[in-house]
Design a protein around this ligand. Structure first.
Ligand code: GCU
Length: 684
């Protein structure tokens, strides 16, 4: 992935001094000595100061450093910190990098900062040693940067080992037991640290019987994973069942206000921390898609979350309580129920009622990780609650790691969205929170036991990008992609590095929009095959109970979510966007069918009619995928043949599937509307 040995060449060939003690400093030590052994550099661990070095990694509170050039670099870093004028605060994970003379110094206040500093130097390659490089300070914007694994311990009869997993089996579990391959888990931790992720949950949010036991009888299995990941600064969390007091504790109730339930959670949580002192906390999906929750006892989500939060509070743990709650037994005839409204309707009234160690975890859009959705209004509706935004790195609705779909630009749009109107606070600000007390970013993971970790080798970039955006949500996703390319396909290991870099950008930069073009049009979403969610199924969900409809008929398509005549969802936004989304005249084209039901002849801001837009984008999407395949072929012989072959094979499938999407969508709308393509192309 993004840590091939080659990525360490530049660092590993130098003389390096490491100063500091502690577990994470030990990790830096291992990394650096491994790199030096491979590339001929040399490493000293404190207190041997009396040496000439090129690089120093040191904790700031280290004693005076008698080595003059090291001291100069340290002084440069300190001076820069003063100039930044914030008292030099680096936090537990921040670091500063400065050059003085011929030395590059990385200073941190805590060992985790040195670890992140190390991976920053690796990312920079030779640029880290550029004499003209000005000092820089790095500190994560978000405290918790978390992945949720939807991994089942026991194979689920429908969902398999990993729910919505497209990269083989789980890296943690197999057939009801831990896999025991902790070497791979450690490698995973290393990859995550190198992109900035610092927390994971190790089991699916849908908690079945075997998985529920991780909290009690099988806690040892979780502790082993925590031990393997701890050296990389990653804390382990657990998805728990709200019914655990009944399921595991034999209590007659899981009522969150019942004293015996409170005592049970407190006792169980004490045992968890006794075994895993840095345990992160619980993730809960309650009262959603069949999972148990507080509604059974006549209580709300705040009551439910708070009982778990009270149990975790003495140890500094958090509850990630998911806002993905809706009625999954709907009737398409009932226009008063709108799945998009559900999270807001359930959660906004509870603002201010959650304990401070509850994070309400909100999917980025109001429905379900579709390739295009408006940003969830819940993220603007709970100022007195810690909110996290949830993204989906696993490509459930975006091609299932058989299609190239680089999601960085999509996530970046979400993070830059200003829900109170242009120029105002953004989603990134909301999840950062005041004094970094926000809920952070969470994503559903996409790795498995596949040779390339993610099935599609290029899907690794999504995982890397998630980590980097969670570190700094303002980063440009294309620049992040560039980092990923340079690390993963290091120039020294490629015949023509520039060609590889350029070609990968051409294939990946706009691949999310390409995916959008050949799938469901204009934000309407969910035209997928039911169940597996792969490939076109235009009416697949149209008459089901899941509440995801497009309402296409002979006259038009789209869901009226306006206040004036529809479900009223548009009114859940603060005034600026409520007004913009309310009218088809002002609603952005890409979301038109999410908010409005319009005739096929409706003219978009682009000047095209809806029906012609559908045809044009679907033809264009397939052409773009065909061009991706052609571009990839130019890399044959330039990169690792196994990577080349795997991507080539997946691009064949992408071309096939995109063509199927194009034809099914175009034919469907041609048959419904009777309007021919202006350009006379073949519509079956
Ligand atoms: C989607 C997905 C499910 C998952 C659910 C969730 O609906 O298809 O597999 O359980 O989201 O986020 O909880």
């Amino acid at each position: 992935a993004w840590l091939p040995p080659e990525a360490f060449r530049s660092l590993g060939a130098r003389r390096i001094l490491l100063h500091g003690e502690g577990r994470l400093v030990g990790t830096v030590l291992n990394e650096v000595s491994r790199a030096c052994a491979r590339y001929g550099g040399r490493m000293w661990h404190s207190p041997s100061w009396d040496v000439d070095v090129d690089v120093v990694f040191a904790l700031r509170d280290a004693d005076e450093l008698p080595n003059p050039s090291v001291e100069a670099a340290r002084a440069a870093a300190e001076a820069a910190l003063v100039e930044w004028g914030d008292g030099g605060a680096l936090g537990d994970e921040g670091f500063v990098l400065a050059r003085a003379g011929d030395v590059t110094a990385v200073l941190a206040d805590a060992p985790a900062g040195l670890l992140y500093g190390l991976f920053h130097v690796v990312r920079l390659c030779a640029a880290a040693f550029d004499p003209t490089r000005p000092p820089e300070r790095h500190r994560p914007a978000l405290r918790r940067r978390m992945l949720n694994h939807w991994d089942n311990v026991a194979v689920h009869p429908v969902m398999g080992q990993v729910e919505r997993g497209y990269a083989g089996g789980s890296i943690f579990w197999r057939d009801g037991r831990p896999r025991g391959d902790l070497a791979r888990v450690r490698e995973y931790g290393r990859l995550l640290a190198a992109c900035g992720v610092n927390a994971i949950s190790v089991n699916n949010v849908n908690v079945s019987r075997t998985e529920a036991l991780l909290l009690t009888d099988r806690l040892g299995d979780v502790a082993e994973i925590a031990d393997a990941l701890r050296p990389y600064g990653i804390r382990v969390h657990l998805s728990v069942s709200f019914a655990a007091p009944v399921l595991l504790g034999g209590l007659p109730t899981a009522d969150p206000l019942d004293e015996s339930v409170r005592v049970w959670w407190a006792a169980v949580t004490w045992r968890v921390y006794d075994r895993i002192p840095d345990f992160g906390g619980f993730v809960v999906k309650a009262d959603s898609e069949g999972q148990p929750g507080p509604f059974a006892y006549g209580h709300d989500h705040a009551d439910g979350a708070n009982v778990l939060a009270a149990a975790l509070a003495p140890y500094g743990g958090v509850v990630h309580w998911r806002a993905f709650v809706y009625n999954h037994h709907q009737d398409w005839r009932d226009r008063s129920t709108d799945r998009a409204r559900a999270a807001y309707d359930h959660f906004a009234p509870l603002d201010g009622r959650f304990r401070t160690n509850v994070v309400v975890q909100v999917k980025f859009g109001p429905v379900d990780f579709q390739p295009r959705e408006p940003v969830s209004p819940v993220l603007a509706a709970m100022p007195a609650t810690r909110l996290a935004v949830e993204l989906q790195v696993t490509q459930e609705y975006t091609g299932q790691q058989r299609h190239v779909c680089h999601l960085g630009p999509c996530w970046s749009e979400v993070l830059r969205f200003a829900p109170w109107g242009p120029g105002g606070r953004t989603i990134a600000d909301v999840v950062t929170g005041e004094a970094a007390a926000g809920g952070g970013m969470v994503a559903v993971a996409n790795v498995g036991d596949d040779l390339f970790w993610t099935g599609h080798p290029l899907a690794q970039a999504n995982l890397y990008t998630f980590g980097r955006l969670a570190w700094d949500p303002r980063q440009d996703p294309t620049a992040i992609l560039d980092e990923w390319i340079t690390l993963t396909f290091p120039p020294s290991a490629t015949a023509d590095a520039e060609l590889v870099r350029r070609t990968l950008h051409e294939i990946m930069d706009d691949s999310w929009r390409t995916y959008e073009r050949y799938t469901a049009p204009l934000g309407v979403g969910f035209m997928v095959n039911p169940g597996n969610h792969y490939g076109p199924g235009v009416d697949g969900y149209e008459y089901t109970r899941w509440g995801t409809y497009h309402f296409a008929d002979r006259d038009g398509v789209g869901v009226d979510r306006s206040r004036a005549s529809g479900t009223g969802f548009a009114g859940q936004y603060p005034p600026y966007w409520a007004q913009v989304y309310e009218s088809p005249e002002t609603c952005p084209d890409e979301l038109l069918l999410f908010f409005h039901h319009v005739p096929y002849g409706h003219v978009l801001h682009s000047g095209s009619t809806v029906i012609q837009h559908i045809y044009d984008t679907h033809f264009a999407g397939v052409e773009e995928v065909t061009a991706m395949r052609r571009r990839w072929q130019t890399l044959n012989g330039m990169i690792d043949p196994s990577v080349y072959e795997r991507v080539a094979e997946r691009l064949e499938e992408q071309v096939r599937c995109a063509t199927e999407w194009r034809d099914q969508i175009n034919t469907y709308f041609f048959r419904k509307s009777g309007v021919p393509d202006e350009r006379g192309r073949t519509i079956y």
